[in-house]
Write a protein that binds this ligand. Structure first.
Ligand code: GLA
Length: 768
C-alpha cells in the first residue's frame, strides 16, 4: 500500500507553486526557479527512495530464481511469509519487492491464502500445509519469518533455506528450495523441528505450498489400474479443493501417480503456454491439494498423505518431508518436460547419464515353467538376438511351497532345487559362456501366506491381528517399519550378489497394495500405528540406501506389477522402471507418451512381447522409444522375423544414444490424430530419430500432409533415412534428398504413415 512520505509532500508543493514563477522573469526569480528545481530533484529522489522504502519497510523479499523463472516470497508487517509471485523472472531483481503494490486483492482475508507454508489453528483458516497438536493438546500454530540463507553447491545448484518459527510454541520449520538453475527445476521440502518437552503430533506435514495467480487453471492428472496406467484427464479447476492422492501404501501409484501438469490461463500445448510439471518424490501415500480460492488464485499443497498417518515428533527431533519437484515453462509442455529430463538424467536417476542394457526376459516366454535346460537354451536365444542380458523372472525360488504359480513361495528366496538343482551360480556361468549377462527378478517386500517365511515370522507381515487377511495377488507386504525386516530384505539381495558376483541386473517387483495396515513391530515397540505408512517407505529407503552403498552400480528396474510405483525418490536407487505389464504396442504409444512428460526415455523399459495384434515391426518400433527389451520366445520366430529382430537390435544400438540422452519433441499427439509422431534429437543437433505410428485403422487414415519437425538447426542441411525396415520391404522415403533444418521445421516432413506403413522410424542426420 502507498504510504505518504516526506519526499512526496515536498514534491507536491513544488509542482504546484512552480508554474507561478514562469510568468515573472527577473534574475532573482530565475535564480529562485533554479533553486527550486534543485530542491525538486532532491525531493524526487527522496520520493523514489522513501517511496520504495515504504513498501519494503521491514519487509524481506526472497526471490527463488532459476535461469528463466522466479518464485518470490515476501514478509508482511507481522513477519508472515507469503508468496507474491510465480512466473518468468524479472530482469531487475530489485523490482520483486514492489510486486504487491499492484495487487488489490486485499480485504479481511488478506495474506491468508498466499502463505508460503500455511499453518493451522490461528489466524490462518484455509487448508493447511502444516497442522499439529502440541504436547499440551493445543492445536494452534503460527509461523513467522526468522531468517534465510543460501548455500551454493556449484554454479548451477544452490539451496535457499528459510527459517520460520512459532512465536508461542518452540516449533520451527525450515523451508528448503533447491534450485537447479539451467534446468529450471526446483526441488522443495521442509524440515519440522520441535523443542517442546514431549512429543507433538504432526497431523498434516506438506513438502511444498505454492500460490499462483492466473486467469484460469487446467490440471492434467492421471488415473489407471493394472495394465491401464497413465490415463490422462485434463480439467479446468473451479472453486474449491481438488485432491490427487493415494491411500494404497505399497504400490501406491496403482490408481494414480503423484505427477501432474498444470497449465495457466489456457491449456498449454507442446510448444506454447505456461505450464508447470510437478511430482512428489515419495514411494508411498501422497496427497496434492489444488485449491482455487475466493480470488480465483490457486493454492497448491503437496506432500505425504496424512490419511491415517498422524506422526509423532519427539523433542529436539526433525521431521524431513519428501521433495516436491517441479519445473515451469512459458513455452509449452515440450520445453518443460525436456527441462525435467535434463534434470533427472543429470541429478536424479541412478546412472542417468550412463548406459543401459538391452535384454531378453523369460516372463511371458515361460511364466513359472522352466528348468536349467530351458533356460540355457534361452541364454543362447538371447545371444542370437544380440541383446546384452538375459533376465530370469519369477518362479526360481522356494522349496517347501515351490513358486510354481503366484499362490506360494514368496518370501522363501532359496533356489528351487527341482527347477535349478545347480543353483543361480550355475545359471550365471552358463549365461556367461553363452556370451550374455545374467539378471534376476525379486519381490523382496512381499510374502505369500503359503511360505516358510510366513510360518516363521507371522509378526513380520502387515495384517490386522483380529481380522481376516485380505490379499492382492495372493500375497501380503512385509512390515518394513521393522528393522529386522529391513535386514531381511537387504539380505535377500546381498546374498544373491555375494554368492553370484556376476549378477548384472535386478528386476525389483512389488505386486500388492497395503490392506489392513497394522504393524506388530510398532505395537511391540510402543510406537504409533499411524506411523506405518510413513515408516514403511522410510524403511524401504533405508534398505535401498544400504544396498547402493554396497552395490552402487548394478542396474535395477523398478517394477510394481507394471507401473504401480514410479517416482523420483525411488529413481535415486533404480536405473529404470517398468511402465506397465500392458505391452500391447497400441496401448504403449499412449502410455509412453504420457510417461514421457515426467521421465526420460532411458528410464522407461519397453519390451517387445506377444501382446496386441500389431506386426512384429510395429511392436519393435514402439519398444525402441525407450530402453529396449524382449519378452518373446525367440525360437518361435520365423526366419524373417528373427532376421528383422537381430537387425533391430543392431539398429537400436546405433541410435540408442540419441534416444537415451537426447531431447524429446512430441510432435503429433495420438489422442487427437490418426497417428503419433515424436522425435529425439542429439544435443548437438546433428542427429535425430523420428518415430511415427498409425493409431487409427479407418479408411485412408495416415499422414497426408507433412508435420513440422522441431529442435533442428535451421541452417544445417539434413539427409533422411528410414530405419528398421522389415526384410524385403521398401521405403517410400527419398533418401537422396537433403533438406535444411529450416525447411524441416517450417514446411515439415511426411514419413508417409498409412495403413500399409503403420510404423516408421526415420533417422535424420546432418550432411557434412
Ligand atoms: C509382475 C510384473 C511382471 C512379472 C510378474 C512376475 O506382474 O509386472 O513383469 O515380473 O510380476 O510374477
Amino acid at each position: 500500500m502507498l504510504k505518504i512520505n516526506l519526499g512526496s509532500i515536498i514534491q507536491s508543493i513544488l509542482w504546484v507553486i512552480d508554474p507561478f514563477f514562469y510568468t515573472k522573469k527577473s534574475p532573482a526569480v530565475i535564480h529562485s526557479i533554479m533553486f527550486l528545481r534543485k530542491i525538486k530533484i532532491i525531493a524526487a529522489f527522496m520520493f523514489v527512495t522513501t517511496g520504495f522504502h515504504a513498501f519494503s519497510q521491514n519487509m524481506v523479499t526472497i526471490p527463488i530464481e532459476t535461469r528463466e523463472n522466479a518464485l518470490v516470497m515476501q514478509t508482511d508487517k507481522d513477519n508472515h511469509l507469503a508468496i507474491i509471485y510465480f512466473g518468468r523472472k524479472l530482469s531487475l531483481a530489485a523490482e520483486y519487492q514492489s510486486i504487491p503494490i499492484q495487487t488489490r486483492q486485499q480485504d479481511g482475508n488478506s495474506g491468508i491464502y498466499n502463505s508460503a507454508y500455511t499453518p493451522s489453528g490461528t489466524w490462518n483458516v484455509s487448508e493447511p500445509a502444516l497442522q499439529v497438536t502440541h504436547a499440551d493438546g493445543n492445536k494452534s500454530l503460527d509461523l513467522v519469518y526468522i531468517s534465510h540463507k543460501t548455500s551454493k553447491e556449484n554454479d548451477n545448484v544452490s539451496t535457499i533455506s528459510i527459517l520460520l518459527k512459532d512465536p508461542v510454541y518452540p516449533v520451527e520449520v525450515t523451508l528448503f528450495y533447491k534450485i537447479y538453475s539451467n534446468e529450471n527445476v526446483i526441488e522443495q521440502w521442509s524440515v519440522i523441528h520441535s523443542e517442546e518437552k514431549s512429543a507433538l503430533t504432526l497431523q498434516k506435514y506438506a513438502s511444498a505450498n505454492l500460490y499462483f495467480i492466473a486467469k484460469d487453471y487446467y490440471l492434467t492428472h492421471y488415473n489407471g489400474t493394472w495394465a491401464r496406467e497413465m490415463q490422462p484427464e485434463e480439467e479446468q479447476l473451479t472453486a474449491g479443493i481438488r485432491v490427487l492422492d493415494s491411500k494404497l501404501g505399497t504400490r501406491a501409484n496403482l490408481f494414480q501417480p503423484p505427477s501432474f501438469l498444470l497449465s495457466f490461463d489456457k491449456p498449454a500445448t507442446e510448444t506454447e503456454g505456461k505450464v508447470l510439471l510437478g511430482t512428489l518424490a515419495w514411494s508411498g501415500n501422497f496427497r496434492t491439494d489444488f485449491e482455487v480460492d475466493s480470488y480465483h488464485n490457486l493454492r497448491l499443497i503437496s506432500g505425504i498423505n496424512n490419511y491415517a498417518s498422524e506422526y509423532p515428533l519427539a523433542s529436539k527431533q526433525d521431521f524431513k518431508t519428501p521433495s516436491f519437484i517441479y519445473t515451469y515453462s512459458e513455452n509449452g509442455k515440450g520445453d518443460a518436460s525436456r527441462n525435467l529430463h535434463n534434470w533427472a538424467r543429470k541429478y536424479r536417476i541412478l546412472d542417468g547419464e550412463g548406459s543401459r542394457l538391452t535384454l531378453l526376459n523369460n516372463w511371458e516366454a515361460t511364466y513359472f515353467d522352466f528348468n536349467e535346460e530351458k533356460l540355457s537354451a534361452l541364454f543362447k536365444d538371447g545371444k542370437k538376438l544380440g541383446v546384452d542380458l538375459f533376465l530370469l523372472d519369477d518362479g526360481w525360488f522356494a522349496n517347501k511351497y515351490p513358486r510354481n504359480d503366484d499362490h506360494a513361495g514368496l518370501g522363501d528366496w532359496q533356489e528351487n532345487i527341482k527347477k535349478l538343482p545347480n543353483g543361480i551360480g550355475h545359471l550365471v556361468k552358463e549365461a556367461t559362456s553363452a556370451g550374455i549377462k545374467f539378471g534376476i527378478w525379486v519381490e523382496p517386500e512381499m510374502v505369500n501366506p503359503k511360505s516358510e517365511l510366513y510360518e516363521k515370522h507371522p509378526d513380520w507381515v502387515i495384517k490386522q491381528p483380529a481380522r481376516p487377511e485380505h490379499y492382492m495377488r495372493n500375497q501380503l507386504p512385509l512390515d518394513l517399519s521393522n528393522p529386522e525386516v529391513q535386514t531381511f530384505v537387504f539380505g535377500v539381495l546381498d546374498k544373491l550378489f555375494t554368492e553370484n558376483p556376476n549378477i548384472a541386473y535386478i528386476k525389483w517387483d512389488c505386486n500388492a497394495i497395503t490392506f489392513n495396515a497394522y504393524s506388530a513391530y510398532l505395537e511391540k515397540s510402543k510406537q504409533k500405528q499411524s506411523q506405518l505408512y510413513v515408516d514403511y517407505v522410510r524403511g524401504l529407503y533405508k534398505v535401498l540406501e544400504k544396498l547402493r552403498a554396497k552395490y552402487p552400480k548394478i542396474p535395477m528396474m523398478l517394477c510394481s506389477g507394471g507401473g504401480g510405483r514410479v517416482d523420483y525418490e525411488a529413481l535415486k536407487y533404480f536405473t529404470e522402471f517398468w511402465p506397465s505389464d500392458n505391452t500391447d504396442p497400441m496401448e504403449r504409444i499412449f502410455m509412453q507418451w504420457e510417461y514421457s512428460y515426467f521421465f526420460p526415455a532411458l528410464a522407461q523399459s519397453n519390451h517387445v512381447t506377444d501382446w496386441g495384434k500389431q506386426p512384429l515391426k510395429f511392436r519393435t518400433d514402439v519398444a525402441m522409444m525407450g530402453k529396449l527389451g524382449y519378452d518373446i520366445v525367440v525360437s518361435h520366430l520365423n526366419e524373417k522375423d528373427l532376421k528383422f529382430s537381430q537387425q533391430a537390435v543392431y539398429t537400436y544400438n546405433s541410435i540408442k544414444d540419441v534416444i537415451w540422452h537426447g531431447d524429446l519433441f512430441r510432435l503429433v499427439d495420438p489422442k487427437k490424430n490418426d497417428y503419433a509422431a515424436l522425435m529425439f534429437n542429439s544435443k548437438d543437433k546433428k542427429r535425430a530419430v523420428l518415430f511415427s505410428y498409425l493409431v487409427n485403422n479407418r479408411y485412408a487414415s495416415g499422414s497426408d500432409v507433412p508435420f513440422k519437425l522441431q529442435g533442428l538447426d535451421p541452417v544445417k542441411k539434413y539427409k533422411v533415412k528410414e530405419l528398421n525396415l522389415y526384410p524385403d520391404s521398401k521405403t517410400s522415403i527419398k533418401e537422396d534428398q537433403t533438406y535444411s533444418g529450416d525447411y524441416l521445421m517450417t514446411i515439415g516432413f511426411n514419413p508417409v504413415v498409412s495403413t500399409r506403413r503403420t510404423s516408421v522410424i526415420v533417422e535424420i542426420t546432418t550432411v557434412d
